[in-house]
Design a protein around this ligand. Structure first.
Ligand SMILES: C[S@@+](CC[C@H](N)C(=O)[O-])C[C@H]1O[C@@H](n2cnc3c(N)ncnc32)[C@H](O)[C@@H]1O
Length: 270
């Protein structure tokens, strides 16, 4: 038993056993948004296999015994394929390691966690999944935008913006009349905004971008569907970012106690 395992048994933390994998969400950045179970995994893991978007402040919570393996894309360098990463998790478990697979946000929201879990299940590796605060919700909260408001919306649509080049049909999403929270959208923002407007969403629909939510680099831009892509370019908004579209964006002003506005507005918190 490692020192950290002994500590876990004493404190009642869940135990990360040798040969097991925990597939955990690291949240959007701020370590305060980590679950206690993910923290327990960090404390006990022999190896932490993490993506690029996992914040360094979260990784710093790992126990002294832990080593780190990077499994993401960085700086245009060739990255491991999804199959390589999944197989690496299986191999580490078969070596009897305590494995923490740490992914930004929630592992099952646009994170390919489902594929990794299926590979682990097929290989007979014991694993559990620990949810995390997904960037879409963290970004709304960071911008003081409520995800749902009684009488305003009864659904929230989470969508991936990299579907544009695949001829994804944005019509049903535009016509749903519910707020849309877009991930991985910065490269296709103009095409997607155009597609939503072509499908009937009014150009004046409020829109906000929250970049690097819950990190010291957090930035916010409030615009309209018609202007958001140009504003993002002018103000050099970069990924990772969430774009929220819909009436809920207007309520930000009320939460902040100022008059709601659809004017283009940027705020850099760095
Ligand atoms: C591959 S997806 C991973 C999503 C993650 N599994 C989740 O639940 O948040 C990466 C996208 O998540 C969003 N994202 C992740 N971290 C973010 C952050 N701190 N601020 C804003 N957006 C973020 C961006 O849209 C980014 O392109």
């Amino acid at each position: 038993m490692t020192v950290s395992n002994a500590l876990a048994r004493r404190t009642g933390m869940p135990i990360l056993e040798a040969g097991h994998v925990w597939l955990a969400g690291a949240g959007p950045g701020d370590p305060g948004l980590l679950t206690l179970d993910a923290f327990a995994g960090l404390q006990q893991a022999d190896v932490v296999v993490h993506d690029a978007l996992v914040d360094q402040r979260v990784l710093a919570l790992a126990g002294e015994q832990a080593w780190f393996e990077f499994a993401g894309k960085r700086g245009g360098k060739p990255s491991a394929t999804q199959a390589d990463i999944s197989q690496r998790l299986v191999a580490l478990a078969h070596e009897g390691r305590r494995v923490l697979r740490l992914k930004g946000g929630d592992p099952f929201v646009f994170g390919r966690g489902g594929e990794e879990a299926m590979t682990l299940a097929a290989a007979g590796v014991p694993f559990r999944v620990i949810p995390g605060v997904t960037a879409g919700l963290a970004a709304l909260t960071a911008a003081s935008i409520p995800a749902t408001l009684r009488g305003v919306n009864r659904a929230v649509i989470f969508a991936a913006g990299h579907g544009a080049e695949e001829n994804f049909d944005w019509g049903p999403i535009a016509r749903a009349g519910q707020p849309i929270v877009l991930y991985m959208v910065m490269h296709n923002l103009k095409q997607i905004a155009d597609a939503l407007m072509a499908a009937g969403l009014p150009p004046q629909t409020p829109a906000a971008i929250v970049a690097s939510a819950a990190t010291p680099r957090e930035r916010l831009l409030v615009a309209t569907l018609e202007t958001v892509a140009a504003q993002a370019r002018t103000n050099n908004f970069e990924p990772p970012a969430i774009v929220a579209i819909g009436e809920i964006v207007e309520f930000r002003g009320r939460l902040l106690g100022v008059t709601p506005s659809t004017r283009d507005d940027t705020k850099d918190k760095s």
